[in-house]
Design a protein around this ligand. Sequence first.
Ligand SMILES: Cc1cc2nc3c(=O)[nH]c(=O)nc-3n(C[C@H](O)[C@H](O)[C@H](O)COP(=O)(O)O)c2cc1C
Length: 331
Amino acid sequence: MIGDIVETEQCQVKDPMDLFHSGQVVKICAPMVRYSKLAFRTLVRKYSCDLCYTPMIVAADFVRSAKARDSEFTTNKALHITLWIKSSHVGTEGDRPLIVQFAAKEAQVLCDAARIVCPFADGIDLNCGCPQRWAMSEGYGACLINKPELIQDMVRHVRNQIDNPGFSVSIKIRIHEDLKRTVDLCQKAEATGVSWITVHGRSVQERHQPVHYDAIKIIKQSTSIPVVANGDIKTLKDAENVHHLTGADGTMVARGLLANPAMFAGYEETPLECIQDWVDIALEHGTPFTCFHHHLMYMMERITSKQEKKVFNALSSTSAVLDYLNDHYGV
Ligand SMILES: Cc1cc2nc3c(=O)[nH]c(=O)nc-3n(C[C@H](O)[C@H](O)[C@H](O)COP(=O)(O)O)c2cc1C
């Protein structure tokens, strides 16, 4: 699956905290249900992404069910070795550094989930930002921003029970209408030992409204741990602007990377080389057709006409997609 291993040596996986202390703005691929899986992470890492998140995984299901674990979490287990791989599209550090994001509402369940992934990842993240109705009604996601003590309890438990001080525990939040409450939450999280905080600069109710970068700046100024800015970053220039506007230590991107997985490397639109890389990586990983095709639809959105999209989006098999790419782009 991952090419020919030529040589192995001791692990050189970067500690995520070292990334934040490097003085560079850390470039991060956001957690994305259905999308930020191993094959896509492999692709964005090739194009200058420093740190990747898994899609959100419900911790209780993950702990309870082997089937959930198998379907929700795949990595290439580049654990204690660095893989020097002939194949050019796989980085020398495998699928690392990697943050596994969980939806949780009970401290011990989150700990148990963290313990399972600990050997394969560099940290866990607690989702405190998902605004979807199902998540909120189950007590997951963005409703946690109104329960700072519960967040503290969960973070404290993981810190106490995971015996690896380098293992990060982070949270990803949305902001309150009353920013004082967000600042209070972030300060409480910091006091409990959270490694960093990612802020999607919108409230739970907001969908397409402009991102409140001013709020992210205030949060950054009110805390001493790294803060990651998220929301509406589509190009490397946007990422630089958001860093200047907010002082954030990292920028996290979701839709911008779906549309152009090479954006962190400075490309304004998806280069054909990146489409070729996706085809190679996805096929090597045995990516299901729907996922393979959806990613291509996102990547080709900006570079195809309406008519071309109509034809491409209606394709229904891997071979039809490969023929289309070959005929139209020589990929
Ligand atoms: C397809 C998709 C799936 C997402 N899944 C998750 C998720 O699993 N966990 C999470 O915290 N946020 C999730 N989000 C939200 C993003 O991580 C991000 O906060 C949001 O899209 C704003 O960033 P953007 O403007 O760069 O897209 C998802 C977003 C998209 C578009």
